[in-house]
Design a protein. Structure first.
Lengths: 116, 410, 476
């Protein structure tokens, strides 16, 4: 398969093929690209960034602390959408996501008042 | 009257990095920020993709801003929030308006301009049709969504493939909207390739290149729009007009450095970047006035903004202390396939200079050539060069033997 | 049902000027406006030119009211603190256009308007950027520019200050007579009135039909405009017209009272009373036409495109009492030069209304309105003083136009309150600059939400359309 690496803004064109048991990535210019190519071939993952409601009606931004399987992205968004957090959350606060088959933390990345 | 070695105008990524560098070079420094907090547009860029170069770590915009904010706080750099700079006087006195301090006058040894950029609007591209609610720049929709927590629509069309437009296509989709279409006037994207992949392809959002909007329909709210492919002259082919329903249109059709403060003040400007023309220290034609970040030229990566602002901030501190040597300059000119190169001037002397450039089309396997006088300083082949991606090459000052030309060889 | 002596239908420049006149008399005066602000249709989208009156056919109502209105509008713009500039106008022509200018000069003389034909050299002294082909011009020193919507808002504010009532979002859907009075039905309720004054602009003929007054056929002429960045203002001194044609005064280049420059309008005939959509071909006509009179067109400095509709009934203004319905006055078919004529039309309508209503003047009424606090126009000392009293005048919300929170709050709490983003924009220019509200739009919305005590989702751009439509995480 052919794809474009999303690990950094270079946007290297990757060529990924399975030779025997080995997955070969070419076109990458760094190790992250190779790892991305392999994951994309076997089991693509994405970091989820979205918003979470706070109890005062405002929103804070958050992300998964590690990439999750691409097909679970919408589950994660729906799960975060069901939460309402304390209005005093801070950047870096993390909490566990209780989702079947996933072991990930959600990290607060920004709040309406951070830096105010 | 306040007195500072360095006054930095703008407290976004460029302003914070410049202020930190100036402070670390021993300058008494002030940041004037017009918003209620530091961080600028980063605060609303909640997606990943920042910091890989600068911090060797991938993070979101607010996190990247927070790192710098903490560095500013740690140093105790003076920050005036909600302070909008109105003018720069001849003696480098910055006049600003602030609810807390009233009319602020800050006399500066050196000034760093770091006001960022603004988005091109529906008006600027003379979008035909009605002028209803539902048409927003991608950045405004981004602020409404990510900071204020509101979506502007559920059936969205995006005009332009700038990075914010692509990022917002994904954001709106994540939050439950249907992004029906992205239209791009040019035959290529003006955004980063990886954003096409992870923001559009991942979600099956179609992008139509060489297409534009021919008419907006609906009043008082947008109901839909007509679009058509464009010919080689970029004029729409009306016979092929099509209609799509939508309740929101996001525009991502370009960014313009916000140089209102110096436009018309005699500072030499580049008609291509819409920013000041600078030397490698990022000093403008006005002595002691420096410029960095998106107010100088629009960057695709905040990491590059931070790096550039660091150069400007430390040079401003040296200028304020009378330590900045300005030797004889050579001019840097972009030609043949290179839209612009920056800095536009380089002082002769010792050390490395990084030249940033953008090309005017998509080139595969082209060579970037840098010449100085009769000498070729550099001749490097690039697999792909695209207008959406800023490139850079380093040259040695000691090699300079005349005006510099940066061009492409196909 | 609230009872009024007199009701004006339509809150454009004519309706608001009429209400302003009526509000000085001991009368219960009402104005019903279809939209959520006055000046929301024809008045908000025209050229903003104060015409001298040289090109109207002598003997027409247009000629009469233009000439009478010109000095009035200068005086009242001053009273109402509305941006204006008597910068003069020139009609420019090539070598072959001298006869056309002489014809205008003849009409000017008949109308009693001061004009002068200038050669190229004299023209260049006034306007250095006329096109190279321009050989002559007709200079009219009494012409100039005014903010058309602020003029109407100014009239509305003064009328309200003098006790008149304005009901917005109240399109008249039915007019019936009962016991010698009219009952006007609107979504905001019914109103009874002794006298109706029809100033309904694009819908003037419809209101006549509702009342059973004279029937008129209406046609419309749409005009598209470019608005240029304020950085272009320095290149244009006067209002520059081409020679007029049957379709109108032609595509002009003019400064605006707010400090921008406009190119326009085109002239596209239409039967659609709501057709305010600009079109590609019409914008191309502008791109081709402007260089014929002006040599520094800067379409790349465009910050906005807009279009307006001129309402044409017969060949002249229709001003007078209905012959079919008693106590029904018409001021309709008011196309160009309607803005300039409005104060004079209002005086005429007032004298007709007085014949019916026999009212006395109030002992006291406001003529000079309090000055708007515009930070741009104040000295440093005045600014310091103002911020010390109220820090909101130190908080710039609109960066492009340098409009402070204080000015926005003033607009929201003006005599006729601004309740939408567009209404705020028309009053104090917040969002009218080069970023077109990209930065300040959400801030203006928040201030409206706070001052009017409504949720952000209920803050409208205008005409009932909100901006923050759905709360995230609550999208279905």
């Amino acid at each position: 398969m052919n794809t474009i690496c999303i690990m950094c803004p270079m946007g290297c064109g990757l060529e990924i093929e399975k030779v025997g048991d080995e997955i070969r990535v070419s076109g990458n210019t760094c190790k992250r690209g190779e790892a991305y190519g392999k994951a994309e071939f076997t089991h693509p993952v994405r970091t989820v960034t979205t918003l979470v409601k706070l109890e005062d009606g405002s929103v804070a931004s958050c992300k998964t602390d590690a990439p999750v399987p691409k097909e679970r992205v919408s589950d994660v968004v729906a799960y975060i959408g069901s939460l309402t957090l304390d209005k005093n959350v801070k950047i870096g606060d993390r909490f566990h996501a209780y989702l079947d088959g996933l072991d990930t933390d959600i990290v607060i990345t920004g709040t309406p008042t951070s830096g105010c | 009257m306040f007195e500072y070695d360095v006054v930095v105008i703008g407290g976004g990524p460029a302003g914070m990095a410049a202020a930190i560098a100036a402070y670390d070079s021993g300058a008494k420094t002030l940041i004037l920020e017009r918003d209620v907090r530091l961080g600028g547009i980063l605060n609303q860029c909640i997606h990943q993709g920042f910091g890989l170069h600068y911090f060797k770590e991938e993070m979101t915009g607010p996190e990247y801003a927070d790192r710098f904010r903490k560095e500013v706080e740690k140093r105790g750099i003076d920050v005036m929030l909600e302070a909008m700079a109105l003018s720069i006087g001849e003696d480098r006195t910055v006049t600003a308006l602030s609810p807390e301090h009233g009319l602020v006058k800050a006399k500066a040894g050196a000034i760093v301009l770091a006001m960022g950029c603004r988005e091109r609007t529906a008006g600027a591209i003379a979008l035909p049709g009605t002028r209803p609610a539902g048409i927003y720049t991608a950045g405004m929709a981004q602020k409404l969504c990510n900071i204020d927590g509101f979506l502007v629509g559920k059936e969205v069309v995006v005009l332009g493939s700038g990075d914010i437009g692509l990022i917002m296509a994904r954001r709106m989709t994540t939050e439950g909207a249907k992004v029906k279409l992205v239209l791009e006037l040019m035959p290529y994207s003006s955004g980063l390739k990886r954003n096409i992949v992870q923001c559009l392809d991942d979600y099956g959002i179609p992008i139509k290149y060489s297409h534009t909007i021919t008419r907006i329909v609906g009043n008082p709210r947008i109901e839909g729009l007509y679009y058509a492919p464009v010919g080689a002259d970029r004029k729409p082919i009306l016979e092929k007009e099509q209609y799509v329903n939508c309740d929101a249109l996001l525009l991502s059709v370009g960014l313009i450095p916000e140089n209102d403060l110096i436009n018309g003040s005699g500072v030499e400007m580049s008609p291509v970047t819409n920013g000041a023309a600078v030397d490698e220290n990022r000093m403008t034609s006005l002595e002691g006035v420096f410029s960095c970040g998106n107010v100088l030229h629009v960057h695709d990566l905040v990491d590059n903004v931070s790096e550039e602002a660091g150069i400007a901030g430390s040079a401003a501190a040296r200028y304020a202390k009378g330590e900045l040597k300005c030797d004889e300059c050579v001019n840097v000119t972009a030609k043949e396939g290179v839209r612009y190169a920056l800095p536009q001037r380089v002082n002769r002397g010792e050390g490395k200079v990084r030249l940033f450039f953008r090309v005017d089309n998509v080139y595969k396997g082209a060579k970037l050539v840098v010449e100085s006088g009769e000498k070729t300083l550099l001749n490097r082949k690039f697999q792909v060069l695209a207008p959406g991606e800023m490139g850079s090459v380093d040259i040695e000052k000691s090699d300079i033997c005349g005006d510099i030309v940066v061009r492409l060889e196909k | 049902m609230e009872k009024f002596d007199v009701t004006v239908i339509g809150g454009g420049i004519v309706g608001t000027a009429v209400l302003d006149r009526l509000s000085r008399y001991q009368l219960k005066a009402l104005l019903l406006e279809k939209c959520d602000d006055v000046a929301s249709f024809t008045t908000r989208a025209n050229s903003g030119i104060v015409h001298a009156g040289y090109d109207c056919e002598p003997g027409t109502l247009k000629a009469k009211y233009n000439v009478l209105g010109n000095p009035l509008i200068w005086k009242e713009a001053e009273e109402l603190d509305v941006p204006h500039l008597k910068c003069g106008s020139i009609v420019v022509a090539g070598e072959d256009g001298l006869d056309g200018l002489k014809e205008l000069e003849r009409k000017a003389k008949a109308n009693g308007v001061e004009v002068k034909i200038l050669d190229r050299e004299e023209t260049l002294k006034l306007e250095p950027n006329v096109a190279d082909r321009i050989a002559y011009s007709l200079y009219a020193p009494t012409a100039g520019i005014v903010s058309p919507y602020q003029m109407a808002i100014g009239y509305a504010d003064r009328a309200v200050s003098n006790g008149a009532k304005i009901v917005l979002e109240a399109p008249v859907t039915e007019i019936r007579s009962k016991d010698g009075e009219y009952i006007l039905s609107t979504p905001k309720g019914e109103f009874s009135t002794r006298l109706v004054i029809n100033c309904a602009g694009a819908h003037g003929a419809d209101i006549n039909d509702l009342a059973g007054a004279e029937h008129f056929e209406t046609t419309y002429r749409r005009g598209d405009y470019f608005v240029l960045d304020s950085t272009e203002r320095k290149n244009v001194n006067t209002v520059i017209f081409p020679l007029p044609t049957a379709a109108g005064k032609g595509i002009l280049v003019a400064p605006t009272a707010d400090g921008n420059v406009i190119y326009g309008p085109t002239a596209i005939d239409t039967n659609d009373s709501e057709d305010v959509a600009s079109s590609l071909d019409s914008l191309d006509v502008l791109r081709a036409s402007v260089p014929l009179t002006y040599k520094r067109p800067a379409f790349n400095k465009c910050i906005r495109v807009y279009s307006g509709l001129r309402t044409l009934i017969e060949h002249d203004f229709v001003i007078g009492k209905s012959k079919l319905k008693e106590n029904f006055i018409m001021a309709i078919g008011i196309c160009s030069p309607g803005l300039t004529s409005a104060p004079a039309i209002a005086d005429e309508v007032l004298s007709m209304a007085k014949e019916t209503l026999h009212a006395e003047k109030k002992a006291e009424y406001v003529t000079v309105m309090p000055r708007h606090k515009r930070m741009k126009e104040l000295s440093e000392e005045e600014i310091e003083k103002l911020i010390a009293e109220d820090s909101r005048y130190g908080r710039i919300v609109c960066r492009c136009e340098k409009i402070t929170e204080g000015e926005i709050v003033d607009a929201i709490h003006s005599p006729l309150p601004a309740t939408t983003v567009d209404a705020v924009k028309r009053r104090c220019r917040a969002g009218m600059g080069r970023c077109q509200g990209g930065f300040c739009g959400t801030r203006v919305m928040q201030i409206l939400s706070r001052e009017l005590n409504i949720p952000l989702t209920k803050v409208n751009k205008g005409l009932g359309a909100n901006i923050a439509r759905y709360r995230v995480k609550e999208v279905e």
